[in-house]
Design a protein around this ligand. Structure first.
Ligand code: HEM
Length: 360
């Protein structure tokens, strides 16, 4: 009990070398594929995990303060502390770290993620009206299924075939653009290219101020595209429904988050277009963090692959329902890995008092 112990200098140094540096090399806002490959070959995750296990044994199963490149960090090594942080409110374990602001401000300076106070409440209302958290299925669910099927059909045709990651990724990006900004945005890849370039700038956490001009140019390209499609989707949405409540009619094929945004509650401070980069990013990231690894896991586990593979005799709706089952467990906000820059910080006076936990 009492305050968590502090790691020695050597232990802190080892943690930085084995975990923090490789994590920054891999990319904290957007992954750098070459670095991900290199770190995988060097097996840095294994080394970091072995080191943390040793640290846990040495400190009696308690969480430990380590000095890292970003200052003093509490490394959660006790099961009870992990549960407390994951289930605690973000008032207690604040998610608003300096690193997060630096990492995400190039690509989404006006987003809910980086907002505080009144603006945050306002943007929360707006985001909730569009994203409908807790509503299952989302009002655009049939449209999502149709768009994804259309884009996959465009890649594979109707017959099973080999998966090419580059083409699959491109199809996923087109689906993301259509579902976020409407069908007219399908080939507006400049928007996603600019967003991803801004995320790559974010990887440097503001350490390259001489690139600010480039950041402004890229943001102009991205926002000009987003605003144009948002205005068009708003117009369509109003024309379709008279009030704009269906997001541009999911039934007739025009539904999008931009269409829903047209009827979401907004004030002068909401900045609807400023919320869109996060939606685009979140949907795009699903491709690399959920669909890609799910397909890779299925490829390596024949028994699960067989269960997920649609049979010729299987009705299409049942066939499609297998793959979502593989990915559903990943889609919970707080239990998935994310960038170290966005790890929660305990608010003053709320540091976990760790209790020894059984070491498995
Ligand atoms: C596998 C899927 C997803 C996971 C694991 C996930 C995870 C997360 C996490 C961990 C956060 C908190 C980040 C932080 O504050 O540091 C977050 C925030 C957020 N996510 Fe997701 N997300 C997913 C999908 C999506 C999708 C598809 C959208 C929208 C299209 C979305 C929209 C948002 C928004 C608007 C926030 C900001 C919330 C706030 O600041 O209160 N997410 N998400």
């Amino acid at each position: 009990m009492g305050q968590p112990p502090h790691a020695s200098r050597m232990e802190s140094l080892a943690f930085s070398v084995l975990y923090t540096l490789p994590e920054f090399a891999r990319g904290v806002v957007i992954r750098r594929p070459a670095m991900v490959g290199l770190m995988a070959r060097l097996r840095t995750y294994d080394a970091a995990q072995r080191f943390c296990m040793r640290l846990r044994v040495r400190h009696g199963g308690r969480s430990v303060y380590v000095r890292s490149l970003r200052g003093k960090v509490l490394l959660l090594l006790s099961q009870g502390d992990v549960e407390r942080v994951l289930s605690g409110s973000d008032e207690v374990f604040s998610l608003r770290t300096k690193e997060k602001a630096r990492g995400f401000s190039p690509s989404q300076p006006d987003s809910l993620l980086l907002s505080r106070g009144e603006a945050r409440l306002d943007r929360h209302r707006f985001n909730d009206a569009v994203l409908q958290p807790g509503t299952v299925p989302h009002s655009l669910a049939p449209r999502v299924e149709r768009v994804v099927s259309e884009e996959l059909d465009g890649i594979f045709g109707r017959e099973p075939g080999a998966v090419d990651w580059g083409r699959l990724r491109a199809g996923h990006s087109r689906a993301v653009l259509r579902l976020t900004l409407g069908d007219a945005a399908r080939d507006d890849v400049r928007i996603l290219d600019a967003l991803n370039a801004l995320r790559r700038e974010g990887n440097w956490l503001g350490l390259r101020p001489w690139r600010n001009g480039r950041v402004r140019r890229l943001r102009r390209v991205m926002m000009t595209g987003i605003e144009r499609h948002l205005a068009a989707a708003g117009g369509e949405s109003l024309a379709e429904t008279g009030e704009g409540s269906l997001g541009g009619s999911a039934e007739t094929g025009e539904g999008s988050l931009a269409g829903l945004a047209a009827s979401a509650p907004a004030t002068a401070g909401t900045c609807p277009a400023g919320q869109v980069p996060h939606w685009l990013m979140a949907l795009e990231v699903l491709g690399t963090t959920v669909f890609g690894p799910t397909l890779a896991l299925l490829a390596g586990h024949p028994e699960h692959y067989e269960r997920a593979r649609p049979r010729r005799s299987t009705p299409p709706a049942t066939a499609r329902s297998c793959a979502p089952a593989c990915t559903r467990r990943c889609a919970c906000g707080r239990s998935c890995p994310r960038c170290p820059g966005s790890s929660p910080h305990p608010s003053p006076g709320t540091e976990p008092r760790s209790r020894p936990a059984p070491i498995s």
